[in-house]
Design a protein around this ligand. Structure first.
Ligand SMILES: Nc1ncnc2c1ncn2[C@@H]1O[C@H](COP(=O)(O)OP(=O)(O)OP(=O)(O)O)[C@@H](O)[C@H]1O
Length: 745
């Protein structure tokens, strides 16, 4: 009825005006907080440099110089955080709790309350109720989880629509949407975003698939135009946070506790990376004492990927979390040699860890004969049997090598102490220390448990056929040993050895056997974990001995020669054999039309994973046959130019060898093409090798010569699967060769 409609419009206008006023209040508060923090820094800095009020540096503030310096660092980091924190909407949701609580459920302490939910807490005064709650606060969980069937005390959930790219000012608030979870007589969606009202989202909802229960709950979320708009927003620039639209099955993973490790097996575009990063932010917030920022580490496959995801944690208010590749964690040896493929694979294999352990412990010898230790005019005598028992028992305890050496020293001194005690009563601490430093004792130690350096151990193994044969007996075949041995270029000393990329892993493994690494993280988020080799997994595991992991990956997207075939084994290498494996199968990136094609490829892969459903439809697939190979670059340029006529980003994915030429062809046509992770917000076109496309996404993908990618070695089909699943809306298959069978029309 027109009258009813007008009344509704009026109500919406009133509500929007009230919410805009609230936005202004939040922004004013944020501005004040920011200014106050900057002020504190200036003051703090003034005090610290002695320019302030004539007081001695730091006095009255931090008591001493070191304390003052620490305070200064803290204040600077706080102000830096505030500066780095991007502007954005101060909130994205609102929860109104019912007065009564639904049957069987209690609104409890939240009865009748109204909470705004945002990326960060906004508070006018420490003792006043906050204007906006952090999305990680326990009560905010209901925003993600409450349903009409289980309202969790929530009467109504409001979502806010903000102008894309805006800074979150009052004018940027463009719409709101209410979902009634309790109460009667109200339609589900009370108010709609004014700007997006005409969009025909309904017709875009998937109907051609039978979704899982999780997908169904997500589909119901799509009933929200604001959520749908967020999911379908064109992609340009780095990855965004998804905090306003986290789905219930994702939220369960984000909020699972820090005690046990978690492995997310997720089909392409199901939000693994997003879930992992939000989980990192959640854990930092919820368990600040257990997991400080320095104790959280995010590991990704390459710099391109890290560049792509680097803005997400800062957007969630978490700056200063280290994000790096496995390589970045390893020792900084210059790489000056290259291995053959067989040697590389061997060096990444778990068997190598066993070989290295043997090589290291081959240095330990059982004592031969007694040892005499002079003490003034007296000589203590240590029996061979006793010494042998000391070494054997220490070996059996399997401590890190260096700890083992010190243990043998301590226990040998204890043998001396026992003798001294019998002779003259308990000796003093000084006597024990002196005995421990005796050159006869150190000489004995050097003969049975010599010091070891990783370089010596690895060079001693790879440069000596005999040593390798002994360490590899029963573990590596003769052919494999030959592949590992340094041929012809034996270094004169370990110092001059020319290490390969994979050797650095071996050096790190041995360093880890000698002593635990100094760096020790409380939580690791490991992305694209299916691609890690056992030796890389071990490098991560030893840096998180007392922590837990969030392992993210997709076995179907494994593209390295050592990619994992199943999770239990990979998780064991990562030191988290008990991690729960949770699947994500509802896709947010690839539309179902494109996913259907990619799913056809799954059958030709060597791993078994559940196929994905997609929440998105309207994807377009085009197969474009180009007459001659010479015309391919021209055709790519043409297609990219046409794609630029539409909204969003364009990714050209091709076999690695083609990338440079394609980028050049685009440049010649006046199209600037960036490399992934570099171009920032402005690069709309990216050319990327199929081997680096993992984790990235583009609105429009031009996939060049798919057969070439499929045929690029045993992992080729996996690589093609990755390439096929990068498109958010449109995928063009450009080919001169026949398409792989699964991709034919
Ligand atoms: N709940 C959500 N709301 C909105 N967007 C989402 C949601 N979950 C995921 N997305 C979006 O879907 C896309 C895919 O997410 P993400 O890259 O985390 O998936 P992935 O499983 O890691 O993919 P891949 O396996 O291909 O690397 C991203 O653009 C992400 O922002």
């Amino acid at each position: 009825m027109p009258g009813e409609h007008a009344a509704e419009e009026e109500a919406l206008r009133t509500e929007l005006a009230a919410e805009r006023a609230y936005t202004e209040r939040c922004r004013a508060t944020l501005d004040r907080t920011n200014t106050a923090a900057q002020h504190r820094v200036m003051e703090g800095a003034g005090v610290l440099t002695g320019h302030h009020s004539g007081e001695a540096a730091g006095e009255g503030v931090a008591g001493d110089g070191a304390g003052a310096e620490a305070l200064g660092r803290y204040l600077r980091s706080q102000a830096k955080e505030l500066r780095e924190e991007p502007d954005g909407p101060p909130f994205f949701g609102r929860l109104d709790f019912g007065d009564e609580g639904s049957p069987g459920e209690q609104a409890g302490e939240h009865r009748g309350q109204c909470y705004y939910i945002g990326r960060r807490r906004v508070s006018e005064h420490p003792s006043a109720p906050p204007l906006v709650l952090d999305w990680r606060a326990p009560v905010a969980r209901a925003f993600y989880q409450a349903t009409a069937a289980q309202p969790q005390g929530v009467r109504s959930r409001r979502r806010f629509g903000w102008a894309p790219g805006g800074t979150g000012t009052a004018e940027d608030l463009t719409g709101l949407e209410d979902e009634r979870l309790q109460g009667e007589g109200l339609p589900d969606q009370q108010h709609q975003d004014q700007r997006h009202q005409d969009q025909q989202r309904q017709s875009q909802r998937p109907q051609d698939q039978r979704p899982s229960a999780a997908a169904e709950s997500a589909v119901s979320a799509l009933a929200s135009r604001i959520v749908a708009g967020e999911i379908e927003r064109p992609r340009v620039g780095p990855m965004r946070d998804i905090v306003a639209t986290i789905q219930p099955e994702q939220d369960d993973l984000v909020r699972s506790g820090p005690d046990s490790s978690l492995c997310v097996q997720g089909a392409p575009g199901t939000g693994k990376t997003a879930v992992g990063l939000h989980r990192a932010a959640y854990l930092l917030y919820t368990h600040p004492r257990r997991i400080e920022r320095g104790g959280m580490l995010v590991v990704g496959p390459n710099q391109a990927f890290l560049g792509y995801i680097s803005a997400v944690l800062p957007a969630l208010g978490e700056v200063g979390v280290r994000q790096c590749t496995v390589r970045d964690l390893l020792p900084d040896h210059p790489v000056r040699a290259e291995d053959g493929p067989e040697a590389v694979e061997l060096k990444h294999s778990a068997r190598m860890a066993a070989v290295l352990r043997r090589a290291l412990y081959a240095r330990v010898r059982l004592p031969e004969g007694p040892v005499a230790v002079p003490d003034g005019s007296y000589r203590w005598r240590l029996d061979e049997d006793d010494l042998r028992a000391v070494v054997e028992e220490t070996l059996a305890q399997q401590p890190p090598y260096e700890v083992g050496r010190e243990r043998v020293r301590a226990r040998t001194v204890a043998l001396l102490r026992d003798q001294a005690e019998r002779r003259a009563g308990p000796p003093g601490g000084e006597w024990l220390r002196r005995m421990g430093r005796k050159k006869e004792l150190t000489g004995f130690l050097d003969s049975v448990w010599p010091r070891a350096r990783p370089e010596e151990v690895v060079a001693g193994l790879l440069g000596d056929a005999g040593a390798l044969a002994r360490a590899a007996d029963g573990l590596l075949s003769e052919d494999e040993q030959r592949a590992l041995l340094w041929q012809g270029r034996r270094p004169r000393s370990p110092r001059t050895a020319r290490w390969s990329e994979a050797d650095v892993l071996l050096l790190d493994e041995v360093a880890g056997l000698i002593a635990h690494p100094e760096e020790s993280y409380r939580h690791l988020v490991v992305d694209e974990a299916q691609d890690l080799s056992p030796m890389q997994c071990r490098a991560l595991a030893r840096r998180c001995r007392f922590g837990s992991l969030t392992v993210l990956g997709d076995l179907a997207q494994g593209t390295t020669p050592w990619a994992a075939r199943d999770w239990p084994e990979q998780l064991a290498h990562l030191g988290a054999p008990d991690a729960v494996v949770a699947p994500l199968t509802t896709g947010f990136r690839v539309p179902s039309e494109l996913l259907a094609v990619a799913n056809r490829l799954l059958a030709s892969l060597t791993v078994r994973v559940p196929p994905a459903h997609s929440l998105r439809t309207g994807g377009r697939l085009e197969r474009v046959r180009v007459a001659g190979a010479a015309g391919l670059a021209g055709a790519v340029t043409e297609r990219v130019a046409a794609a630029l006529g539409q909204e969003g980003s364009v990714g050209v994915i091709a076999a690695g060898e083609r990338v440079a030429a394609l980028r050049e062809a685009l440049r010649a046509a006046g199209i600037a093409a960036g490399t992934p992770g570099e171009g920032g917000e402005l690069a709309r076109v990216t050319v990327v090798g199929a081997e680096l496309a993992k984790g990235l996404e583009y609105d429009h993908v031009v996939l060049v010569e798919p057969a070439e990618i499929a045929d690029s070695g045993p992992q080729g089909p996996h690589r093609l699967y990755v390439a096929l699943t990068r498109a958010v809306s449109r995928l063009e298959l450009l080919h001169t060769d026949e398409l792989p069978e699964a991709l034919r029309g």
